[in-house]
Structures are given as C-alpha cells and as structure tokens.
Design a protein around this ligand. Sequence first.
Ligand code: SF4
Ligand code: SF4
Length: 157
Amino acid sequence: MLKQLGYFIEIIRGGIITTRHFSVNMFFHILNLFHIKTKRKGAVTIQYPEVRQKIAERHRSLHRLMKREDGKPRCVVCMLCATVCPSECIFIEAEEDPDPEIQKYPARFIIDISRCCFCGFCVEACPEDALRMDTDEIELADYDRDNLVYNLEKLLK
Ligand code: SF4
Ligand code: SF4
C-alpha cells in the first residue's frame, strides 16, 4: 500500500513540475506576443533536423588545413598543435620540402575527431594560421570510428 502511495505522490509531483514549466513558458510567450520586453524568453522547441539553430559566430567546428597560393599545405610541421593537444589526437609525419624557405611539409596529418574535445588549443597554438575550426560542420557523428579519422586529404578540402 505504501509503495502505491509513493508512486501516486511521484505522479502528482511530475504533473506539478510539467504544469509549472508550461505555465511559466506560456506567461513569457504571452508577454512576448504583446511586445513586452523581458530578460527571460519562453522556451522554444526547435524541430531538428528540419529546423536548425544558427551557430554562434565564434563557434568551433570541424578542422581544416589552410593552403598556400600554390596549393601546398600552409603547415610547416612545427608540431605545436600536436604538442598542445590535450587529447593527443593529432598525428603528423614530416617530409623535407625542396623549397629551403619552407623546409618541412606534412606527408601525413591526421586528426582523430573521435578523441577531440574541440578545445581549439591547436588553432590557437599554430604560428602559421595553418589550422582553423571554421567549417561550420558540427554534425560529425558516425557509426564507424574510422570515418572520424581525418587525414591530410580530408582536412585540406
Ligand atoms: S581542438 Fe583541442 S582536442 Fe581537438 S585536436 Fe585541437 S587541441 Fe586537440
Ligand atoms: S601548429 Fe600549425 S604549422 Fe605547426 S604543425 Fe600544427 S598546423 Fe602545422
């Protein structure tokens, strides 16, 4: 009997919480309807994926490697990004560049996005502005982990 009473109390409690949220949201929506400005806005349900929220201008999305004018990667393999990365998800292999001005270029540049925490430290650390996180690509979920390993070819796109 006590168990049943406990269930009943929880149902009533849930109902009160739902009604409270509904009433508060409705109140703010009505104020909005009459153009009364308030600090708080009523909650809105976004019909994702048909409707998408605007991404903040300073967002961090999927990485991309920048190119020089001749199409080569701007990266000079200084390894700062790989060193600073807290998730240790950047792997770079250097090759000697015939151009003495450049010295090194990345023969392999891999970012394992499945381990990345999108902190942006790699972008901040890069002295060449060779790495950016401004692709607007934020829907990166995949059923296959291998698809989340981005190589030089994918990052230079
Ligand atoms: S965003 Fe952060 S975790 Fe991701 S690769 Fe860059 S430094 Fe590593
Ligand atoms: S910090 Fe920049 S230049 Fe250095 S290895 Fe990373 S991407 Fe290349």
